[in-house]
Design a binder for this molecule. Sequence first.
Ligand code: PRT
Ligand code: ZN
Length: 285
Amino acid sequence: MENLKIAIQKSGRLSDESLGLLKACGIRFSNGAGKLRTEALNFPLELYFLRDDDIPQYVADGVADLGMVGENVLYEKQLPLTVAAKLGFGQCRLALAVPKNEAYLSLASLRGKRIATSYPGLLREFLREKHVDAEIHEISGSVEIAPGIGLADAICDLVNTGSTLLTNGLREVETVLQSEAVLARPPQLSAEKKALLQRLLFRIEAVQQANRNKYILLNAPNDKLDDIIGLLPGIKSPTVLPLALPGWSSLHSVIEENQFWEVIEKLKEAGAEGILVVPIEKMIA
Ligand code: PRT
Ligand code: ZN
């Protein structure tokens, strides 16, 4: 059987989580630090460790079947690849920033200005769409220092917390692209590879669903059960089990991570006690 070849970042911000996601999908690897390539022990899959910038081209050339890469890098390369899945990590945004004391009213303020970036393709497309003519200076690293040394009037760079901009006296003014890590694929894959991709996507979805949800257990007096069940948006309907204590039941359900604080307060008000919220490892809806 042929292996599904996946390119992931060798060492950088996406490396740990790329490998971590595959491990959470139950795929095991022998430890081979510093290697260029490794084969999975229990799934027909092999990994290529590459610089993130090279990943889209390797996938487009068919050297790898899939690549885990930031949308920022994927779209900058403008290759005929599509997103098979968003991976839920590596979130950042490509943003325009100006020196913090510089007047900035709207994008029109950048007309005729010099903008330093490592993402000339995405920036050019953005400026064209907004009908702003500016000079793009492509530089490969340390973009944030460009205004300080007089190389540019503004920058277009990746931002996560914004602290790098702050330290360099810059102010974020526009978002060019919201980005996260994705699984990139070419338009064509053999039937065999497509089937393997489907198996992998099924597992990724199960891991992501599990991460989005929590398992909740609580005790409730029987006469409050209906009210409490009404508060729980469970998978189908919650499990209710009698407690040894007469008149009480234990209730089990699944709840979305981003809902549970709100719901938990309501549950307490409705008479729930002994609330436990525990992580789910895999979830198949
Ligand atoms: O060696 P290789 O080429 O593989 O790695 P690289 O150095 O080019 O990339 P790397 O590891 O820095 O980033 C890989 C990917 O992570 C990027 O392409 C993005 O998709 C994603 N990502 C997520 C980020 C950030 N967050 C991020 N914060 N990439 C870069 N940054 C930079 C940012 O530009 C700033 O300089 O990190 C710095 C800290 O950001 P703040 O805003 O938190 O201060
Ligand atoms: Zn890179």
